[in-house]
Write a protein that binds this ligand. Structure first.
Ligand SMILES: *Cc1c(COP(=O)(O)O)cnc(C)c1O
Length: 487
């Protein structure tokens, strides 16, 4: 069949015969684009597209872009997200035509560079986390969790064991119980100690023979390193329980310690958190998952392998949990993460974590007089404050978050982790200057003063933003998506 030539296509808007715009008539016969579409589905009238000039369009979108809040314009202290830095170099690399224009169906023999990059990225992530094998397929941390739990399930089944429960602490991110339940397990919630640490006695009491895995976040969601982690992983292994590390907080420990060395069997990487790939707009993301060698046979297929000088996709994996992503996963994200890791090098990555931890502790130290801290420091890469003192004055964590918008800052994560009353979770990351951290702390201290002296100004906030306080439920259920500016 002859392919229709792009420059010869005739574009039509409206009912048959009503030509909106057409290129010069073709001497090559082109199939009528309406052929095969039932008559009842064809338009009778042209769509009511707005008649606007180029300036109207450009100004509309420029205005919208300026309403947007992002890392290119402002500080973003949102906790548990580590998403603050998208190096421009990453974008240059991801746009190299050899990567960007690679067709997803290109045979491996013609895609050796891309396969080599995937192979090397998996090796580097394995080295960073102390894991023996890595799959790059999952499209987010949450899907990495699902892949990990499915591999754990396949492992137990292969051993002829029937285990039905997964333990998850009450401080966990919501994706942990969700992905566990999706994998068919019953989720058992464990109560954490006040600082978010695992309660060892309680864990031991729950390690029954029907428990398949224990899933924890390290450092935990209160921004603290779980000190007794070696005891925890040993205890679990002694009962045949696999230990999953939610790697969302990996930014705190790069080059300092490794999940594999701490005894974890599986961990995921959020490339959009730790490895500087873009985090906005819901994706596309990537959440590779690493495993110890006993789980390697269960990795999602295919796996990129090196055979002599060539790279290939290995599909012959009879124990695999199967394919998780169309084609090659979110390949552009893999190029960006690879670029970042190669740019930083091992020493650079360690410096990232050291500075991320330093910055979080600097904020915690400066704010500890005016706000309660969720757990005594030092913290890791993020600090969790509580606005319980301010709440007694009628000012909530939500109010503080809104007031920060007026003062030119994005809000920290609020009300997470759930086990901290009036939680404000602040993660500055390593990339912010001392001047920015100081300006943020000054704003937080100003708000603490206002809570005591003039709480009305906080309750009114925000007044400088394009919209005031939203009815959050209605905003999600009935989004206002009109193209026209408000009249
Ligand atoms: C972000 C996060 C997740 C989920 O990761 P996604 O990539 O957003 O799916 C899981 N656990 C913790 C602690 C997180 O911060």
């Amino acid at each position: 069949m002859a392919m229709p030539r792009y420059d010869k296509l005739v574009f039509e808007i409206g009912a048959p015969g009503r030509v909106g715009y057409s290129l010069p008539a073709s001497d090559v016969p082109v199939e009528d684009p309406r052929a095969g579409i039932p008559d009842s589905y064809l338009r009778r009238e042209a769509p009511a597209l707005p008649e606007v000039s180029e300036f109207d369009v450009v100004r509309h979108y420029s205005r919208l872009s300026q309403l947007n809040y992002g890392v290119d314009t402002h500080f973003y202290p949102l906790g548990s997200c580590t998403m603050k830095y998208n190096p421009k170099l990453n974008e240059t690399m991801a746009r190299l035509p050899g990567f960007a224009r690679l067709h997803p169906l290109t045979p491996p023999a013609s895609a050796q560079g891309a396969l080599g990059l995937m192979h090397d990225l998996a090796q580097m992530l394995g080295e960073i986390a102390g894991m023996d094998a890595v799959s790059l397929q999952p499209a987010a941390g949450a899907q990495g969790e699902l892949a990990g739990v499915l591999m754990i399930r396949a492992f137990h089944r292969a051993n002829g064991e029937k285990r039905t429960k997964v333990l998850v602490p009450d401080s966990a991110h919501g994706t942990n119980p969700a992905s566990t339940a999706l994998a068919g397990y019953q989720v058992v919630q464990l109560k954490s100690l006040a600082n978010g640490d695992v309660d060892l006695a309680d864990l031991e009491a729950h390690l029954a023979p029907d428990v398949a895995a224990f899933m924890i976040t390290q450092p935990n969601t209160l921004g603290l390193f779980e000190q007794r982690i070696l005891e925890i992983t040993d205890l679990c292994h002694a009962r045949g329980v696999q230990v999953y590390m939610d790697g969302a907080n990996l930014n705190a420990i790069l080059g300092i310690t490794r999940p594999g060395d701490l005894g974890f069997d599986v961990c995921h990487f959020n490339l959009h958190k730790t490895f500087t790939t873009p985090h906005g707009g819901g994706g596309p993301g990537a959440g590779p998952v690493g495993v110890k060698s006993h789980l390697e046979p269960f990795l999602p297929a295919p796996v990129v392998v090196r055979r002599g000088e060539a790279y290939a996709l290995d599909w012959k994996r009879p124990k695999s949990i199967g394919k998780l992503q169309a084609f090659w996963g979110n390949f552009g994200m893999l190029v960006r993460a690879y670029t970042y890791i190669r740019t930083m090098g091992p020493d650079g990555l360690r410096e990232v974590s050291e500075n991320a931890v330093l910055n979080a502790n600097y904020i915690m130290a400066r704010l500890a007089k005016d706000y309660d801290v969720a757990a005594p420091g030092p913290c890791m890469h993020e600090c969790v404050l509580s606005a319980r003192k301010q709440k007694k004055l009628g000012v909530t964590a939500m109010d503080i978050a809104k007031r920060l918008l007026d003062l030119g800052f994005y809000a920290p994560s609020t009300y997470f982790p759930l086990i901290v009353e009036e939680a404000l979770m602040i993660e500055p990351t390593e990339t912010e200057s001392k001047e920015t951290l100081d300006a943020f702390c000054d704003a937080m201290i100003q708000i603490a003063r206002e809570a005591e002296q003039s709480p009305a100004v906080i309750h009114e906030a925000p007044v400088t933003t394009s919209v005031r306080r939203l009815d959050q439920t209605r905003a999600a259920r009935e989004p206002d998506l009109r193209w026209a500016p408000r009249r």
